[in-house]
Ligand binder design. Sequence first.
Ligand code: HEC
Ligand code: HEC
Length: 348
Amino acid sequence: MNTFELFTTYNYLFMIKLVKGNWIPLLIGVIIVWVVISEIVKSHHTRQQDALSDQQNTATDSTWVAPSLFLDPEPKGKEREMVIYGQNLIAHTAAYFGPHGSVAHSSNGMNCQNCHLDAGTRAWGNNYGAVFATYPQYRSRSNAVQDIYGRVNDCFERSLNGKALDTGSHEMQAIYAYMKWLGQSVDKGRHPYGSGLPKLTLPDRAADPQKGKEVYVSACQSCHGSEGQGAENGTHTEYNYPPLWGEHSYNDGAGLYRLGSFASFVYNNMPFGQASHLHPRLSQGEAWDVAAFVNSQPRPHLNQHGDWPDVSKKPFDAPFAPYADSFPQRQHKYGPFGPIVDATKKNK
Ligand code: HEC
Ligand code: HEC
């Protein structure tokens, strides 16, 4: 046995002795190392999975979630009654202001909720998440700073083809209280994810009313009717299926009369109960085409001579002349919008 062998044998014996004498702390040591390593591996995996589901689900993760009156003990008393009344006014507007309304007969019989789904709380359903945080705001259509009352009345006069409410009225104050309560947790100036209407990709062709008619017949007509007239409930107090055109629909000064807004609302929400932002049922092209079809049908007219006093601020899909560019009205209404948007950018 040379010195080296002697050394290793000695070492070996020493190791066995060491293990025998200290096996409990050693075992604990091994377990700790094993646990630490497996935790590191696990957290690496979850992080990878998180990153993946982030990519797939950005829409659900940080999307605005409305407060719930069931869960929120505030507001109390009179203020709570106002919020609840406001919510009812949004969900069942026709019961108060429709042709048989209990407060006045001053609207077309549609509900705010027909276009602001779930009383303005549904993500991607044209909700009110940003309203309290972002008004008063400058609006190019009136070239003035507009407050919440003014914006609500815009929809009364255009989307509901009706009359504006008095700012001091019980009903307007209730709608205001509701909007304030809905937006309570949104920082000033912030547009939460999924609020309002998202922008769709602009198609590189004009939207086609003929193709849109086919989409309408196969995917919309069963609820909204062959003449776009919708269907009332049994007691004629509200629509089960709201009208899309004709005398009881929104007028041609309404937001939905612009192709981009209509296509976005429908792409993210229609057919009702079947489509959602994460699972749209139409292609974007079909949404643009059906928008072109519906918005080429007859509807009430609003005198809009006062709109966009600064004509250079008109949005690309504003359907009425005059324009700051030389593109024809038809192109502003149906597209292709890309050249209009590019020309506007160049002039800025
Ligand atoms: C026919 C559809 C329709 C109806 C009915 C309707 N609205 Fe609107 N509303 C719109 C559209 C479209 C917009 C613009 C959304 C956008 O461009 O982001 C809008 C915008 C708004 C906004 C501003 C939202 C924001 O984030 O800037 C408020 C507030 C509003 N509506 C309130 C109401 C109220 C109150 C009623 C009922 C009296 C009502 N709306 C009825 C279609 C409608
Ligand atoms: C299953 C029935 C159903 C189908 C199919 C359907 N919708 Fe709707 N739609 C509704 C209902 C119900 C509402 C109102 C939602 C509410 O008040 O909560 C609505 C609201 C709307 C609105 C806003 C209110 C208005 O009347 O202007 C538009 C625009 C619209 N739908 C377009 C379409 C288009 C375009 C299609 C086909 C791609 C379609 N819908 C298919 C049931 C349907």
